[in-house]
Design a protein. Structure first.
Length: 204
């Protein structure tokens, strides 16, 4: 009687284990619900961030950066760096303002614009959009589809927001209109292509 009871118990235990093995696995559920960024393959020549690829370059600047400045008033003006530029339209500022753009090449290409008025006050936002143009001509990151190029609002390698962008294919530039100053980088949208068509005409 005891032997038969032990055999019955063993069969019940084995059945319970088999049922557990046939059930849904927690790892499969986690895989389905994983953030989209985890599904993006690592890029050999780019920096992957939040579903975007930040463009990199092999341009060898001393100290990894170059700064350009311009005094621009309410009439508007333009600050150039090679094929990249910042256009300040009329009435974007109330008076003479010192605009500065620092271009950095590591670990990804980016521009950091600032503006200081005549009283030494930092201006961060503007009543009318400024046009930021970033060249991707010297990018070493592969760009298989130029329609996916965008200007990205970045903070220490973290993409905060994709800007509405257009691409000048002939001039190898990506263009966005911005109303606040922060860090901006040319990049590739690895999830969705931008909706804006390239402009009719055209190194970092």
């Amino acid at each position: 009687m005891t032997r038969r009871w032990l055999s019955l118990m063993a069969v019940m235990i084995l059945g319970t284990i088999a049922a557990a093995c046939d059930g849904p696995r927690s790892t499969a559920t986690q895989s389905v619900l994983a953030p989209k960024v985890q599904a993006i393959a690592p890029q050999a020549d780019g920096v992957s961030a939040n579903g975007f690829i930040l463009l990199t370059t092999d341009v060898g600047w001393e100290d990894g950066e170059i700064t350009r400045t311009a005094l621009i008033d309410q009439s508007g003006g333009k600050l150039n760096f090679q094929a990249s530029s910042l256009v300040v339209p009329p009435n974007a500022v109330a008076g003479p303002t010192q605009f500065t753009v620092t271009f950095r090449n590591t670990p990804y290409m980016r521009a950091e614009p600032t503006a200081v008025d005549a009283n030494g006050q930092l201006i961060r936002t503007f009543p009318v959009p400024l046009t930021l143009t970033l060249s991707y001509a010297r990018s070493k990151t592969p760009i298989p589809d130029v329609s996916r190029l965008v200007v990205l609002w970045v903070d220490n390698g973290v993409v905060l927001e994709k800007q509405v962008s257009s691409v000048d294919v002939q001039g190898k530039k990506v263009i966005a209109r911005i109303t606040h100053f922060s860090e901006y980088s040319p990049g590739l949208d690895a999830l969705d292509a931008p909706s804006e068509p390239p402009p009719p005409t055209g190194g970092w």
